[in-house]
Design a binder for this molecule. Structure first.
Ligand code: HC0
Length: 568
C-alpha cells in the first residue's frame, strides 16, 4: 500500500497511480485541458499543477505518480493563483479577447476553455491578447483547422497517432512559436488525412471543426426550383438528442423526421433503405467470391475514412475491397436514377442532402468515383444547429414517419451504425441465401460490442466462415498486419474508421466518450430488436426496387450505378 495525504486527509492506494488519478478516487476534481485518460499523458497545459510538500515547484498531477508519505495540496491559495495565471495565458493566446468569436465558434456552448475557466474561478483577464495569427486551413473537403483557436494541448495529435495510427498532425517549433501543423504545413487536404474527424471530437476548443454545408442547405431549402430529398444515417437517430440536453442513446427517429419536414425538405428518406440495398449487393458479391475463388477476404467498403486509409497504407489490398458504394452513395444513385424516373423528372431537379455522423462522408460525396449523386452532407452536429436556428425543439416534436418508397428499412440496416453491424446484417442474409434455411437466431453476439477487434467463425452450410471486425483505424492497422502475415485465413472483414463504428463518428455530438458509445450502441440494437423485419432481403421495398428497376443483385444496372472501383 502507498499511504499519502491529500489536503491533510489520509488515503491508501495499491499502486503508484498519478496524483490526478488519486485525487479522482478521493472525489476531488483537478482541472485539466491537455489530459484525456485514453491518451498518453502529455503535461503541457499545467492546469493540473498541485503543491507537493518538499518540492520547490508545483507538480503536474497528470504525469506525477504518488509516493509513500507524499503530502499533496490540490487547491491551496498558491495553486489556485497559479492556475488562474495559466488560464489567463491560455485565454490570451486562444484569441478569445481579440476576436470575441465565441458567438460564431463551433464549440459555443460546449467549449472546454469556458468550462475550465469557470471551474478555476476566472473573473478577469489581465493579460492582453497574444497575436498568434496563422491562416485558417481550408484545404480539406471535411475538416477546417483554425490555428488561432488552438491552445496546443496536443490532444488532436495524440488521437490521430495513438488511436487512429494515421499520424498526419504534428507539433512544430518551440516556445511561443509552438504550433500544431501537418507535414510541411501542407494543410489537411494535402496530406494522408482520412477525414475521420476524430481530432474534432478531441479538440477542447473550436480549433477543429467540420466543413460546414449548412448555408448551402439553407439556400437549397429556399429554392423552389428543386425537389429536396434528405437521407439520415443509422447512427444519427440515437445521438442527435444529446445536442438538446438528452441523455446519450435517446432515440428520436420520428421527431427527427418531423423536424426535417418542418425545415422544408420535400422528401425525408432513410439511409437505412440503402443499407439494406448494400447487403443485397455486398452479400451477393461475397457469395460469388466464395463460389468462384474470388479475392478473399472481402473487405467492407462503406466507411470512407477506412477507404482513404487503405489507399494510403495498403494499396496492394484494394482488390479485396467490396466494389459496393457506401449506403450514402447508393442512396444518392437510386434517387438520381430510379426515383427521378419514377417522378418522371430530370435528375438535375433533385437535390440530395445527407445527414451523417461522419465528416469523411463530405469527402466521399466529392470523390470522382461517386458520380456526385449526393449534393451536400450535414453532420449530426450541423443538423442540430439547423434545428436550433429554425426554432425547432427536436425532442418535443410529435413523431413522423419516413416517406416511401426509400424510407422503409429493416433491423439489419439500423445496426450498420455500430461496429459489427454491417457484418451481422450481411451474415443474416448470406446464411439464408446460401443454405436456403431460415436463420433461427439473428443475433451474432460475437461481433457486437466496442472491443477494437472481434473475430468469430460462423458455420454456413458445410463451410466455416472466418470473420473479423475492426473499429478505429489503429485497430484496422493491427488487423491488416495480421492479414498480411497470413496468420489466419479470413473470408470477410468489416472495417470502420471510427472507434465504435459510426456511432463514434467525427460528426457526432461532443463528448463522444466510451459510456456514450455504449448507450448509442445499445439503442441501435434495441431498434433492431423491435423491428418487424430484421433481414435486409425481406425489405418489401428493396424487392420492389429490383423488380421495377435493378433486375438482379450485381446485375447490369446495379453494377453501373451502385458499384465503383478504387485505384491508386
Ligand atoms: Fe455510417 Fe453507413 S453506417 S457508414 O457508419 O455502411 O456515416 O450511421 O450512414 O453510408 O448505412 C456513417 C452511420 C452510414 C453509410 C450506412 C454504412
Amino acid at each position: 500500500m502507498i499511504n499519502i495525504k491529500i489536503n491533510n486527509r489520509e488515503y491508501s492506494f495499491e499502486e503508484k497511480i498519478t496524483i490526478l488519478h488519486a485525487a479522482k478516487k478521493a472525489n476531488l476534481k483537478i482541472p485539466t485541458l491537455c489530459y484525456n485518460e485514453k491518451l498518453a499523458p502529455y503535461g503541457s497545459c499545467r492546469l493540473c499543477s498541485v503543491e507537493v510538500k518538499g518540492k520547490k515547484t508545483l507538480m503536474p498531477a497528470c504525469v506525477t505518480r504518488i509516493e509513500e508519505g507524499m503530502e499533496i495540496k490540490t487547491h491551496s491559495e498558491k495553486v489556485r493563483r497559479v492556475r488562474k495565471i495559466i488560464m489567463e495565458l491560455i485565454i490570451a493566446s486562444h484569441g478569445i479577447n481579440c476576436n470575441l468569436n465565441c458567438l460564431n465558434c463551433s464549440r459555443s456552448g460546449t467549449c472546454e476553455i469556458r468550462e475550465v475557466a469557470e471551474e478555476i474561478g476566472i473573473t478577469e483577464i489581465r493579460i492582453p491578447p497574444i497575436d498568434n495569427y496563422e491562416p485558417i486551413d481550408n484545404s480539406s473537403f471535411s475538416i477546417v483547422r483554425e490555428p488561432q483557436k488552438c491552445i496546443v494541448c496536443n490532444r488532436c495529435v495524440r488521437k490521430c497517432a495513438e488511436v487512429q495510427n494515421v499520424n498526419i498532425l504534428t507539433i512544430s517549433n518551440k516556445g511561443p512559436s509552438t504550433h500544431i501543423t501537418t507535414f510541411m504545413d501542407k494543410g489537411m487536404g494535402n496530406v494522408d488525412c482520412t477525414n475521420c474527424g476524430q481530432c474534432i471530437l478531441e479538440c477542447p476548443t473550436g480549433a477543429l471543426h467540420e466543413v460546414y454545408h449548412m448555408e448551402n442547405v439553407w439556400n437549397l431549402l429556399e429554392n423552389d426550383e428543386y425537389i429536396t430529398v434528405v437521407q439520415t444515417a443509422p447512427a444519427v437517430r440515437v445521438a442527435i438528442a444529446e445536442e438538446f440536453k438528452q441523455k446519450p442513446g435517446t432515440i428520436v427517429t420520428g421527431q427527427m423526421v418531423e423536424g426535417l419536414k418542418l425545415l422544408g425538405f420535400d422528401k425525408v428518406f432513410d439511409t437505412n433503405f440503402a443499407a439494406d440495398l448494400t447487403i443485397m449487393e455486398e452479400g451477393t458479391e461475397f457469395i460469388n467470391r466464395l463460389k468462384n475463388n474470388g479475392k478473399l477476404p472481402l473487405f467492407t467498403s462503406c466507411s470512407p475514412g477506412w477507404i482513404k486509409f487503405i489507399e494510403h497504407n495498403y494499396p496492394e489490398y484494394l482488390d479485396n475491397l467490396s466494389s459496393c458504394k457506401s449506403p450514402q452513395q447508393m442512396f444518392g444513385a437510386i434517387v438520381k436514377n430510379y426515383y427521378a424516373k419514377k417522378l418522371d423528372i430530370s435528375p438535375d431537379k433533385l437535390k440530395v442532402v445527407s445527414v451523417m455522423p461522419c465528416t469523411a462522408k463530405k469527402y466521399e460525396s466529392q470523390r470522382n468515383e461517386m458520380s456526385k449523386d449526393v449534393d451536400f452532407v450535414l453532420t449530426t452536429r450541423e443538423l442540430a444547429k439547423m434545428f436550433k436556428h429554425a426554432g425547432i425543439d427536436l425532442c418535443n416534436l410529435p413523431e413522423s414517419k419516413y416517406d416511401n418508397p426509400l424510407g422503409e428499412s429493416t433491423g439489419a440496416a439500423v445496426v450498420f451504425g455500430t461496429s459489427g453491424g454491417v457484418m451481422e446484417a450481411a451474415l443474416r442474409t448470406a446464411y439464408e441465401i446460401i443454405t436456403g434455411l431460415e436463420l433461427e437466431n439473428l443475433d451474432f453476439n460475437n461481433v457486437r460490442g466496442i472491443k477494437g477487434i472481434k473475430e468469430a467463425t460462423i458455420k454456413i452450410g458445410s463451410k466455416d466462415i472466418n470473420i473479423a471486425v475492426a473499429n478505429g483505424l489503429g485497430n484496422a492497422r493491427i488487423l491488416m498486419e495480421k492479414i498480411k502475415k497470413e496468420e489466419k485465413k479470413y473470408h470477410f472483414v468489416e472495417f470502420m474508421a471510427c472507434p465504435g463504428g459510426c456511432i463514434g463518428g467525427g460528426g457526432q455530438p461532443i463528448p463522444t466518450d466510451e459510456e456514450t458509445l455504449i448507450e448509442r450502441m445499445t439503442s441501435l440494437y434495441d431498434i433492431d430488436k423491435n423491428s418487424k423485419i430484421r433481414k435486409s432481403h425481406e425489405n418489401p421495398y428493396i424487392k420492389k426496387l429490383y423488380e421495377e428497376y435493378l433486375g438482379e443483385p450485381n446485375g447490369g444496372i446495379a453494377h453501373e450505378i451502385l458499384h465503383t472501383h478504387y485505384t491508386v
